[in-house]
Design a protein around this ligand. Structure first.
Ligand code: FAD
Length: 410
């Protein structure tokens, strides 16, 4: 007999976990979140996409987010030497949100967790999921508190939103290596960033570096700015010194970044994540579904991580609510296939970025009619709008656009 029971056990109080819990609660089901850390806690992934606003709204969390006065992000600027391409979310193919926010995740994730706790949803903080057994009657989860005491919890279903912890993929041997090249990231927060002023202040900058590497600049409303580099490991290692020195040297090597960040102070020592991309054998089983970063993580170049975490949580919660209501649901079709439509659209764009096809589109002197708005909606996270040719036939559309733009550039 288990020590506790709940309808749905959710692993992790990141955006995937809390938004799924909120939707289940709204439908009248009891969700219990198990979170190994104490919030606020740092996590990388700070630039949202407009689509996330719809999802936060549905989960009853948007109002609390608006109140935090985060930096408004109305677009993205891609820079290659003296060439610039601004993607303005106000000029989209899809009729979606025209802005979103740049969010320090320690604050943002705490705000979402506070919303669910205020609704009466329980979060067991500093409790780690260590084991899951699937019995005939459903899953039984073993958790451990920080003193090593174990508790068993029975539930009707488990949603895994454990992010980089990848709890069920590890326990059920679901992890798969990514087909994308191995890339690392180094990052920190800085003060003293010389930002553009006015409506452009909150845009994310992506500066192109040699060797398919790139650098992000994400300004916050608290005066700090997130900066980071994504590159193959040998590119980062080719710069001398410790991580702080490497990051400084990379900034100095790129004129746009040097101009903006040359006089900045680092807020914390530069961190490094090795080989962040990972895939998974399956997204769901009889008693579980994976959400957010516990599924597949592609690449941060289009800031899609939190939006995909919220979208997967939204879809998983809605599918589960129907099942708990007694309806027959086909998880593979209704959850996994749906989710992969969006993930695969982003995958095409990520591949096209590293194959230089997207820069051909971005830096084309005159864009063919309609191209920018279609691309813009994908970069805003509307990757389920099949009226958009860049979604419906993403691979073919991106290849055709790159060819067209190459002809215009020649
Ligand atoms: P998380 O936010 O990681 O939350 C998972 C939670 O589960 C954590 O709080 C953790 O403590 C908890 N947990 C883990 N294991 C256990 C356990 N055993 N028991 C209980 N709890 C557990 N995304 C963007 O949207 N925009 C960006 O600009 C962006 N930049 C990125 C840059 C880099 C270099 C990288 C690597 C990623 C970036 N991402 C970005 C992706 C983003 O970090 C993730 O997609 C996002 O955090 C996923 O949210 P989540 O809710 O799935 O998981």
């Amino acid at each position: 007999m288990a020590d506790m029971n709940t309808d749905v056990l959710i692993i992790g109080a990141g955006p995937a976990g809390t938004s799924a819990a909120s939707l289940l609660h709204q439908a009248g089901y009891k969700a219990l979140i198990i979170e190994s850390q104490k919030f606020p806690r740092f996590v990388i992934g700070e630039s949202l996409l407009p689509r996330s606003m719809d999802l936060l709204d549905e989960a009853g969390m948007l109002e609390a987010v608006h109140k935090r006065n985060y930096m408004v992000k109305n677009g993205a600027v891609f820079l290659r030497g003296d060439q610039a391409c601004t993607i303005n979310f106000g000029e989209q193919f899809t009729n979606g949100w025209k802005y979103t926010y740049q969010v320090p995740r320690d604050d943002f994730d705490k705000v979402l967790a506070d919303v669910v706790e205020a609704k009466g949803i329980e979060i067991l903080w500093e409790h780690k999921v260590t084991d899951v057994r699937f019995t005939d009657t459903g899953p039984e989860t073993v958790i451990q508190d920080k003193d090593g005491k174990t508790i068993s919890i029975s539930s009707r279903f488990i949603l895994d939103g454990s992010g980089y912890g990848r709890v069920l993929p590890r326990l059920l041997d679901l992890n798969l290596p990514s087909k994308l090249a191995i890339r690392d990231s180094i990052f920190t927060h800085v003060t003293g960033d010389k930002r553009p002023q006015g409506s452009e202040e909150g845009q994310i900058w992506i500066c192109v570096l040699p060797g398919n590497a790139w650098l992000w600049i994400i300004p916050f409303s608290n005066g700090k700015t997130s900066i980071g580099v994504v590159a193959k490991p040998d590119f980062i290692d080719s710069f001398p010194g410790e991580l702080d020195e490497k990051l400084r040297a990379i900034i100095d090597s790129e004129p746009n970044a040097r101009k903006r960040l040359g006089d900045t102070k680092f807020v914390f020592p530069t961190e490094r994540i090795h080989s962040y991309s990972i895939s998974v054998k399956r997204l769901c089983g009889k008693y579980y579904a994976l959400m957010g970063n516990a599924t597949e993580f592609l690449d941060p170049v289009f800031s899609s991580g939190v939006t995909l975490a919220l979208e997967s949580a939204n879809r998983a919660a809605k599918t589960l609510i129907r099942q708990l209501n007694g309806e027959q649901v086909d998880w593979d079709k209704e959850y996994a296939e749906y989710l992969m439509q969006g993930v695969d659209t982003f995958r095409t764009f990520v591949n096209a970025w590293y194959e230089d096809k997207l820069s051909t589109i971005f830096f084309c002197p005159v864009h063919p009619e309609g191209v920018k708005s279609q691309v813009c909606s994908v970069l805003a996270g509307y990757v389920w709008d099949k009226d958009n040719p860049c979604v419906e036939q993403h691979e073919r559309a991106v290849n055709a656009l790159a060819e067209l733009c190459a002809q215009q550039t020649a």
